[in-house]
Design a protein around this ligand. Sequence first.
Ligand code: ADP
Ligand code: MG
Length: 291
Amino acid sequence: SIMPATLSAITNGARWGLLFKGGVHIENLAHIQAIAFDKTGTLTNGKPKVTDCVVSSSIEEKHLLHITASIENESNHPLAKALVDYATQQGVSLRNVDHMKDVSGKGVTAKIDGEEWRVGKPEFVGKEEAYSFQGGITESLAQQGKTVIFVKRDDRVVGLFALKDTVREDTKKAIQGLKKRGVYTIMLTGDNPMTASVIAHEIGIDHYVAECMPEQKVNEVKKLKQHFNQVAMVGDGINDAPALATANVGVAMGEGTDVALETADVVLMKNHLSKIVQAMKLSERMNRVVK
Ligand code: ADP
Ligand code: MG
């Protein structure tokens, strides 16, 4: 049967917007020594906006946008949504695209009127060509914490888009609170190292792993478990579900995807990250009463 202290802790949690799928998870939270966070949609709002568009002399900006948005219209990625929104706002029309391929963690490809198009991260279009495009403008964009997406037509990079996501309002407070408790914090992201480092610095997180492919997130959590007794993972995406299941305590953002919500042990109903710190204090109090 459920202990009165546990019941009261679950009720208290619910009042703050924390959904516990069982008393044992509250108990475990007090002992968490390290927390891994997904970046996009977890530490950040997950709603990036296009801030810059740079084209080579071989293409018109409107045409680049027309092609890119038409391909991205078939993708569910937050970056894809941002590019489509931007094109729509610019009054650019979309067309149908055949043979669109979504390569998870990398980008998208399509064939249009006999031309091969690739839209995605530097490695996806060729790292060297990407970083030297237009006199190396990528570096200064990444230093502003922007994610840079390249567009390649056949064997040439013809343009890029920079997109900026915003850090959630209470992310810094959450990380500070965890640090004060001596909890090790780490950010896992598919973004490039430059952009990741700028955002990690802004947030004040202890460490980050950039270019982290979806399946690699599980390995990072496993590695943490070798160093720390109790490890939590916080995420929002389908990609995060395996890592949430691997952690001692999996925490999902309330606005996350169904798969993340189903896999998690704890759900942050209002996406308030700093509630994790409150939950750890609640957990400590409860454990004192129960024992
Ligand atoms: P994150 O951890 O930032 O959510 P993902 O693992 O989903 O990232 O993707 C990693 C990187 O791959 C993105 O930063 C982007 O550069 C590229 N990418 C993934 N999907 C797309 C897409 N649909 N269009 C353009 N680029 C993409
Ligand atoms: Mg995410």
